[in-house]
Design a protein around this ligand. Sequence first.
Ligand code: ADP
Ligand code: MG
Length: 699
Amino acid sequence: MPGSTINAAEPLALTRLKGVGPKLAEQLQRLHINSIADLLFHLPFRYEDRSRIVPIGSLQPGQSAVLQGAVRSADIVMGKRRSLLVKLHDNSGTLSLRFYHFSAAQKNQFKAGNLIRCYGEARRGASGLEIYHPEYHLLESGDEALPEACLTPVYPATEGISQPRLRQLMDQALDMLQAGELPMTDLLPLDWRARWRLPGLEETLLFLHRPPASVQQHQLASGQHPAQRRLILEELLAHQLSMQRLRAGIQAQGAPAIPPARELPAALLRGLPFTPTGAQQRVVAEIAVDLAKPLPMLRLVQGDVGSGKTLVAALAAAQVLEAGFQVALMAPTEILAEQHFVNLGRWFEPLGINCAWLGGKSRGKARTQSLEQISSGEARMIIGTHALFQQDVHFQRLGLVIIDEQHRFGVHQRLSLKEKGHLDGLAPHQLIMTATPIPRTLAMSAYAELDTSIIDELPPGRSPIQTVAIPDTRRPEVIMRVDNACREGAQAYWVCTLIEESEALQCQAAELTAQDLRESLPHLRIGLVHGRLKAAEKAAVMAAFKAHELDLLVATTVIEVGVDVPNSSLMIIENPERLGLAQLHQLRGRVGRGSVRSSCVLLYKTPLGFTSKQRLQVMRDSQDGFYIAEQDLMIRGPGEMLGTRQTGLQLLRVADLQRDADLIPMVREMAEQLWYQHRNQVDPLILRWLGDAERFAAV
Ligand code: ADP
Ligand code: MG
């Protein structure tokens, strides 16, 4: 909204700065600078040292420096492109300045003997060390003043705003700050400065915009300077508090207290051929304690692929169902939701619990009937996709919402389901389950509003998966391998990946692959499943595969999450280099569920880039979801890992979750203190750092 925040009467209005009119203010807004305060928080991303003159003879390639020397010659040379080559010397050595764009007047400035001071990066060129298009000026004799007393900041900029312009605006703003003309307060309590050795806000900003030339450059470059650490802490704190506020908002509503179950969970377990693992029991107990409280539970259950999250969800559901409430379970894909519907139906229907289905493709009579059953309360356990969020879905008495595979849903989707549940002003409990292990540092910050339980044990009898990477030039060999495995009674998946292209292309690729494999392996029973099939078709193919009426299932990544066919022991993943590690780990988790030895073939396209090689190596090295996630974080960075729509964390301005992970415990402690002892600082702090982004996430 250009112009919307321009108001010169505002003490922080940008137009208070000399030279800022509506046009420049609008350009600044493109850098998310809407006020003088925002400007001061627009921090340099690096610094240049223009404080001392470097002897020409000591200059190294790649070094940026201020140089001073006399012109020896200035000639137009004809290389691949015509250029002006100016030779400069001091008493330590010689170097050339090269200009591809120059005027006649410029050429005339470089008279032999003239003294030049310039700044730029030295590179190896045709004439030895050269600087291309340096910033420079002629020195009058006797002009010995140094160019800068401080390091020169380099800011993130945008078209139309130059670095000198930004620096000049910043100088004005800093002067105003120092003169006490800006209503900007330090939002961190005074006693924290001594306790955590933090510089004050004004000192911090002055330092970061004008670091003295004597500062250790490497300390600044690695984000270790106390002034940087102070702002990093403040930013992480703002994020932490915003999530704490979100949580407080939800919990302010209250929830039905669900007493411990007496009968239903035990009855459920009696019908199963196995007993829960110790980890499952522990997590179920943790959930039971939450459910018994009159506050909405906000719990994240992390458990590696195959750790048995469904049973944990079912046991939690049983407690709520027994108390007479409805339970909604939402999964991110139709296939996964359908599978939950089938499995949970098989567990709960014999116990007299009515299950209902609501998918995105539910239409007409089926849909009307489901909606009626949901609102009348006839349906007790409701399973579906995000269709459960739709306006016309009304629950009769929703006590618990279970969200499977949380990483695919954004924060506000989670919240909007909460809105569904209101009964007499009470919110339902929320249980979120994810199979993508979130590295601890990220979990603490991205999911700070959630309590966490970890299922850290797999059910007994799982066999390790052997993973190999094979180039696509050896595809025929891989097809033979599928043939052999299936002849021996095993079942296999063949996963086609084509991410970032349209779903249509992806399905087409899977169709072609299936056709191709049917020709190569005519005696095998081959099925195909992809996102464009009708729900009923998809369900039929999955059921046939589960019943071993199919040997090989060709699929797109729709089978990524939750599909469970224990007899399948071989998985081929085509173009694995296109997928993230978490996704590969999910996919691979579809095998290794039975007692037979399983394997996974990563059929990659050659040549592989460095990062892809690293990632496939991680897959071969490990089957531990947490290790894989940590590696993923190291290779990709946190923003990508959490997905752009998930949290405000990719918007971090000064903090870097990997580099600054050691600060997280301190941030948590600070958040507690601020929340309970300085509550009035919380909102301004969130606003300062998250501004609009936070409002967006809380919609
Ligand atoms: P995930 O955590 O990946 O969602 P599932 O809930 O799909 O895992 O469980 C994977 C498989 O393990 C299913 O076939 C499930 O029935 C089985 N399972 C779950 N818990 C146990 C257990 N305690 N003992 C044996 N098998 C179990
Ligand atoms: Mg699952």
